[in-house]
Design a protein around this ligand. Structure first.
Ligand code: CA
Ligand code: CA
Ligand code: CA
Length: 483
């Protein structure tokens, strides 16, 4: 299927489609608590005029050889006003994911900061405006029924002086208005106290005893922003899905138990060495935040945004409970997009069974906290997702800034197997180093036109490079057409 965005874009601002969920619905136990553009060969063929003019401004590196992003080339790439991200052709959809790190220590603190005026939020908005996505997932923004809309109204929809909007710079190319105007946000498991001792330290009510790690309910939440209407009545969420209901779940096991089981060929917990006892295991929720299927209506077509933020595979013990959970959180969406029989076990929060109908157009977005080649994750899950036959094949989004950062930081980066140009997060130099953990993975029935990571190098634009210190993660964007 193909479609064109050349139809009329409503001139009047449509009402924001915001769906706050009432916290009292949750029961007591659960209750509160620029990159520089690296054109792919496809992009270069498909973007005649705009692309050429952009390439003329920023230069193009060979997508087949991201190591060709030689930071030592000495080539100056643009000044303060340079275009770091190409203007999207009007026939495409630009989908982005961004862990904005807008987390605060206490409930309500972020909303207060946003109301007062927050420099970090302003820089995040400038980055978003520079990339001008049609649909954006934000990770690490409080869920409290108001903050997601506050961030939209006071930041994303207010022109930020630092934004280097390709669309603005290319105004003669008649780029359509790509304002984000709709938002979906909903409850997450983070900070919602389980009342159980989930980390086995002999105490309850720790941040680590919440259904997902967090100091207060809604910390590290998520929001989907869109230029197109969100079909909020058809959103599916998997907040409460029990981990134990996933066939073949990676139930965390203490090493001695694992060894015994392996030698005896048994997979049982007969020696009692499961990390969680059966009563706790049966209650555990799989999703550390939530898993959302958010349908978006685009000129009569339907695009499903599959949003999540699996737990980091660290901050645990020898049982690797977070590594196991990260693996299975990624697996949830892998099963959801596979043959319908493989996702038949899934039950959403409304009690509806099954996976996404085959043939659907979807994009998996989020900080998935697992690098395909490096870091501490059980990376087979992310690799099998990227390589899944129902996921579009395309060169990994990349940036010049990531290459510079890896060289400068050295440390763990020197031992990484992954191409540094693909990194999306800038983490501790000693461990784990910079990683590729933020993903935009369109379904195979989407045509990928271009992609990138907004991680400008200082030589491309010192001003843009400065902006990105607002988060330890970098925005990843992909331009697609629905086939
Ligand atoms: Ca505890
Ligand atoms: Ca671990
Ligand atoms: Ca790396």
């Amino acid at each position: 299927m193909s479609f064109s965005l050349k139809v009329t874009i409503p001139a009047v601002l449509l009402p924001v489609d915001y769906v706050p969920r009432v916290q009292t619905k949750v029961n007591v136990n659960e209750s509160m608590r620029v990159r520089s553009f690296i054109g792919s060969p496809i992009a270069r063929c498909a973007w005649p005029q705009i692309a050429l003019s952009v390439f003329a401004l920023v230069g193009v590196c060979d997508a087949q050889d991201p190591r060709g992003l030689d930071p030592g080339s000495g080539e100056k790439r643009g000044g303060a006003g340079s275009v770091l991200v190409p203007a999207p052709p009007s026939s495409t959809l630009r989908i982005a994911t961004f862990n904005v790190a807008l987390n605060r220590k206490k409930a309500g603190e972020l909303a207060q900061d946003l109301e007062k005026g927050d420099d970090q939020a302003r820089r995040i908005a400038a980055i978003v405006q520079s990339v001008a996505p049609d649909i954006l997932l934000v990770n690490e923004l409080d869920y409290d029924g108001k903050t997601a809309k506050l961030f939209l109204d006071r930041y994303l929809r207010v022109s930020q002086p630092e934004s280097r909007s390709a669309a603005a710079a290319q105004s003669d190319a008649k780029i359509p208005d790509r304002d984000l105007r709709y938002v979906y946000s909903g409850p997450v498991n983070t900070g919602v106290d389980s009342g159980l001792d989930l980390n086995n330290n002999g105490r309850i009510h720790d941040p680590d005893d919440a259904w997902g790690y967090g100091a207060f309910p809604g910390q590290y939440g998520m929001a989907v922003y869109s230029r197109y209407p969100i079909v909020s009545g058809e959103v599916r969420t998997f907040l409460k899905f029990p981990w134990s209901k996933m066939p073949g779940a990676l139930r965390p096991k203490l090493p001695s138990s694992a060894k015994k089981s392996e030698s005896s060929g048994s997979d049982s917990d007969s020696d009692g060495k499961w990390f969680h006892d059966d009563a706790v295991w049966e209650q555990l929720r799989l999703s550390s935040k939530s898993h959302w299927d958010v349908p978006i209506e685009i000129q009569g077509a339907r695009l499903h945004i599959l949003a999540s933020h699996p737990t980091p595979p660290v901050f645990d013990g020898a049982e690797d409970r977070n590594g196991c959970r990260n693996h299975d959180e990624i697996r949830l969406f892998r099963d959801y997009i596979s043959e319908e029989s493989q996702g038949a076990y899934l039950v959403d929060d409304a009690g509806t069974k099954g996976s996404i109908p085959s043939g659907s157009h979807f994009v998996i977005v989020g900080d998935l906290n697992s690098d395909p080649l490096d870091g501490d994750g059980r990376s087979e899950a992310i690799r099998s997702l990227i390589e899944h036959p129902n996921i579009a094949t395309y060169d990994a989004p990349s940036s010049r800034g990531a290459v510079d950062a890896a060289e400068k930081s050295a440390g763990a980066n020197t031992k990484h197997r992954g191409n540094p140009a693909h990194d999306t997060g800038d983490f501790n130099d000693k461990n784990p180093g910079n990683l590729r953990i933020d993903f935009v993975l369109p379904s195979a029935n989407c045509k990928v036109i271009a992609s990138g990571v907004y991680w400008p190098s200082a030589s491309e634009s010192a001003a843009a490079n400065e902006l990105t210190s607002a988060s330890d993660h970098h925005l990843v964007w992909v331009d697609i057409e629905l086939k």
